[in-house]
Design a binder for this molecule. Sequence first.
Ligand SMILES: NC(=O)c1ccc[n+]([C@@H]2O[C@H](COP(=O)([O-])OP(=O)(O)OC[C@H]3O[C@@H](n4cnc5c(N)ncnc54)[C@H](OP(=O)(O)O)[C@@H]3O)[C@@H](O)[C@H]2O)c1
Length: 319
Amino acid sequence: MRAVRYHGYGGPEQLRLEKVDVPPVAPGEVLVRQEASSVNPADWKFQTGWFRDWVPLPLPFVPGADIAGIVVAGGEDAGFGPGQAVIGMNPVHCGGAWADYVVATVDSLALAPKRMPLARAAGLPLAGLTARMALFTHGGLTAGQRVLIHTAAGGVGCLAVQLAKHAGAEVIATCSAANRDFVTSLGADEVIDYRTEDFSARLRGLDLVVDSIGGDVQRRSFAVLRSGGTLVTLAPTPVPPDAAAGRDIRVRTVAVTPDGDGLRQIADLAEEGRLRLPVDRVYCLEDAARAMAHSQAGGARGKIILQIQDQQQFGPDWG
Ligand SMILES: NC(=O)c1ccc[n+]([C@@H]2O[C@H](COP(=O)([O-])OP(=O)(O)OC[C@H]3O[C@@H](n4cnc5c(N)ncnc54)[C@H](OP(=O)(O)O)[C@@H]3O)[C@@H](O)[C@H]2O)c1
């Protein structure tokens, strides 16, 4: 089968499209013929070697966390069967999804939403699970609460805005001016152009902030929270112990993990037409290096998709 691999840390230029064996399937696992995957910033962060001291990758390494394809073998005990369309997520440091075939554990998969082309649904798993964990598992968001979502135009943000609205929250979002209409169309009640306005000067008394940036944005985010509010961060750097300056603010850090049950709920919303997956750009597997470089350059509006099989199956624009 074809697989994108790298043999050393560095940049996208390290990526090669190579012929490798189809991975073996063990009990509790499913072999999936991949229709598509997507690019997540963690793919290139691991590739640069940022995390190599904590999580060294087995080289050569096949990147890719997002699974969207057709079950070929395995999973019968968990109700999966050959021919079923599924979506799923492998941990980023396990990868394997940028290939014709990938193996995943049964508890990391869900049936794909029929309403959404499989190639588009490839953008749902990691970003959707991250948004869900941030808002609900860690953030405890409930109807009527007010939440600030940073990087609202990105892969996680565009899903987080929609999920928070479905939960009945009031959503305030940050993005650049060029993405204002896009983020509004996702359901944001208030959009702040972070390049021209300091959100921390405008907002007060929020219940939750989803911080995907860290650093100065995180530091200023504490000021907009009410006493008893929650800051959930996706940034890998530890939050300074004195960051809340003695105020009663809960701080939680997200490290997204596969979650078949959570993914089922995300797929259900997509199936009902209540969750869109905006796509910035689609690349073929041969162009994986360009896709990774695109993500690394920043500024993607929605998800970057890697189409692994026939491009024509991508379908109409559901974004
Ligand atoms: N901890 C975890 O488990 C976990 C999981 C997933 C993602 N993450 C991290 O979360 C971050 C976001 O992930 P993603 O997949 O959404 O990335 P992404 O799709 O690459 O996000 C790109 C978006 O970020 C926006 N942006 C950049 N700087 C901004 C700022 N200062 N304020 C508001 N928007 C800004 C850009 O929009 P504009 O053009 O409008 O600026 C662009 O649309 C990444 O750093 C990723 O590594 C962590």
